[in-house]
Design a protein around this ligand. Structure first.
Ligand code: SF4
Length: 433
C-alpha cells in the first residue's frame, strides 16, 4: 500500500504553487498519494502564511489538533512563511513536529522527510533553477513562478524575512514550463512573483538582460496560450512600456492588481513604498484611459502607524478617483520582524475599525453601481471549475467571476455569456455561444 499525505495550504497563490511543487516531489520521488482524510495520512503538511493568516498561537493550536488526530507514526511538517520566520522555535514549542521547511526551501522536501527534526529555513537558498516535477491542481490554469523573494523593504511586511532577496527564474525555464502547461490544456498562464514587474533585476547565474514586459511578450508568443494573468505587480515599476504592452497585447487579461496600501504620500513614505499618491493616480488613470473595460483591484491597509484623519481622507480620495473593482482592505496589524511594529504612533483600534467600516461601506456603494452596469451585458468567460448545484464557474477577461448552469463539457472553453444576475463580486448568466 502506498503512503499517503494530507496538505493544508494557507495564504497566497505563491503558497498554492509551493504546495503543488511539494506534491510533485512527494508523489514522483517518494511514492506518496494525496488524501483529504487527515486520519489516514502518513504525512501531514501545513503550508503557512505570515502575512494575514492565522496568528502564531492559532497555528500551534492547529498543529496540536493534527497531532491528536493523526494515526500512529504519522509525521507532521510545518512549511511556508511562518516556518521561515519561527524556524526551530516551532519544534521547541511543539516537539511532536517532525520537520520545519521554509518558504524558500521547497525543493528540500524530500530531504527533510528523512532527517529527524530537520529545520531548513535558509532565506538565501537559491532554488530558482531547480527542476520541480509536474503537478497542477487545475488542468485549465497554470501557475508559473517567475521570481522568488522580494527586494523591497516595505515597513509593514514580513515577506523579505521569510522569502529572502529577489531572484528571477531564467526566462527559458519559464517559457518551457508555460509551453508545456499550455500544450497539455492550461490555456491560461498565471505568472507569479512577489513583485513581478521587477522581473530580471537579478538572476542566480549569468542571464541575458530581459524585463517583465519582454517576458510577457515571450509568453504571449506561445501559440497554445490564450490568456495571461500575473500577480503582484508593484505600482512603482508600472512604467509606460509596461502599461502599453498590457493594453496592446490581446492575450494579457485586462485586470490589474495595483496594491495601493495608502493614498497618503506621507504614509506611503513611512511604509517605504517608493511612490506617491500622485504617481499611483497617474498610473491608474492612464490604465483606465487606455482600456475602458479594465478592472483594477487593490490592497489597502487602514490605520498604519501615524495615519491621521487627513491621511485617511487621501486614501478615500484615491478610491473615489480610481473606482477599484475589488479592494482587499485590512486594519494595520503589527507583524514580527517589521520596523512598523515598533513605531510609537500606533492608531487606536476603535479609530482603525471606524475607518475600515467607512471605506468598505463606500466601496460597496460603488460596487452596487458597477453591478447595475453589468446586468444584461455579454462577456467572454473561460470556464475552469465545477461548482455545487450543477454550476460551472469561470472568469471574464477582466477577472469577474461568472457562474452558469452546465457540466464538464464547458470546462476549458471560452464562451459568450449573457449576465442575468449581477452581484458585487460575481454574477450568474447563460451561455449564448
Ligand atoms: S513589495 Fe513590499 S509588500 Fe510586497 S512582498 Fe515586497 S516587501 Fe512585502
Amino acid at each position: 500500500m502506498s503512503k499517503k499525505f494530507y496538505i493544508e495550504t494557507l495564504g497566497c497563490a505563491m503558497n498554492v504553487r509551493d504546495s503543488e511543487h511539494m506534491i510533485a516531489e512527494l508523489t514522483q520521488k517518494e511514492g506518496y498519494e494525496p488524501t483529504e482524510n487527515l486520519e489516514e495520512a502518513d504525512l501531514i503538511l501545513i503550508n503557512t502564511c505570515s502575512v494575514r493568516e492565522k496568528p502564531v498561537h492559532k497555528l500551534f493550536s492547529e498543529i496540536g489538533l493534527f497531532n491528536k488526530r493523526k494515526k500512529e507514526g504519522a509525521k507532521i511538517g510545518v512549511c511556508g512563511c511562518t516556518a521561515s520566520h519561527l524556524g526551530e522555535e516551532i519544534i521547541k514549542r511543539a516537539p511532536f513536529v517532525d520537520f520545519v521547511l521554509g518558504a524558500r526551501n521547497v525543493s528540500k522536501i524530500t530531504k527533510v522527510l528523512h532527517t529527524p527534526k530537520a529545520v531548513e529555513v535558509d532565506i538565501d537558498y537559491d532554488e530558482s533553477q531547480y527542476a520541480f516535477g509536474e503537478f497542477r491542481s487545475s488542468p485549465f490554469k497554470a501557475y508559473v513562478n517567475i521570481s522568488i523573494g522580494c527586494d523591497k523593504q516595505c515597513t509593514f511586511c514580513i515577506v523579505p524575512h521569510t522569502r529572502g532577496e529577489e531572484v528571477s527564474i531564467p526566462a527559458d525555464l519559464i517559457i518551457q514550463e508555460a509551453r508545456k502547461a499550455a500544450q497539455s490544456g492550461a490555456k491560461e498562464i498565471f505568472l507569479l512573483g512577489q513583485n513581478v514587474n521587477n522581473y530580471g533585476r537579478r538572476f542566480g547565474s549569468d542571464h541575458p538582460k530581459i524585463n517583465f514586459t519582454e517576458l510577457l511578450r515571450r509568453v504571449s508568443e506561445i501559440e497554445e496560450v490564450e490568456r495571461i494573468r500575473f500577480t503582484s505587480p508593484h505600482p512603482l515599476h508600472m512604467d509606460d512600456e509596461f502599461l502599453e504592452e498590457f493594453a496592446r497585447n490581446p492575450k494579457i487579461c485586462k485586470s490589474m492588481h495595483m496594491p495601493l496600501q495608502s493614498g497618503s504620500s506621507r504614509i506611503l513614505k513611512a511604509m517605504k513604498r517608493g511612490y506617491t499618491k500622485e504617481w499611483f493616480l497617474d498610473r491608474a488613470l492612464k490604465l483606465r484611459e487606455m482600456i475602458p473595460d479594465v478592472s483594477i483591484s487593490t490592497d489597502i491597509i487602514v490605520a498604519f502607524p501615524g495615519e491621521s484623519d487627513e491621511d485617511f481622507e487621501d486614501t478615500m480620495d484615491v478610491i473615489e478617483k480610481v473606482r477599484f473593482e475589488q479592494i482587499f482592505s485590512f486594519k494595520y496589524s503589527p507583524r514580527p520582524l517589521t520596523p512598523a511594529k515598533d513605531y510609537e504612533n500606533q492608531v487606536p483600534d476603535a479609530i482603525a475599525s471606524e475607518r475600515l467600516t467607512r471605506l468598505q461601506a463606500r466601496h460597496n456603494e460603488m460596487l452596487d453601481e458597477m453591478k447595475a452596469e453589468r446586468q444584461g451585458k455579454i462577456y467572454q468567460v473561460y470556464f475552469e471549475e465545477l461548482r455545487p448545484g450543477g454550476m460551472v464557474a469561470g472568469r471574464t477577461d477582466n477577472n469577474w467571476l461568472v457562474q452558469v448552469k452546465g457540466s464538464e463539457e464547458l470546462l476549458g472553453r471560452t464562451l459568450d455569456v449573457k449576465i442575468t444576475e449581477a452581484g458585487r463580486l460575481y454574477g450568474y448568466g447563460e451561455v449564448i455561444a
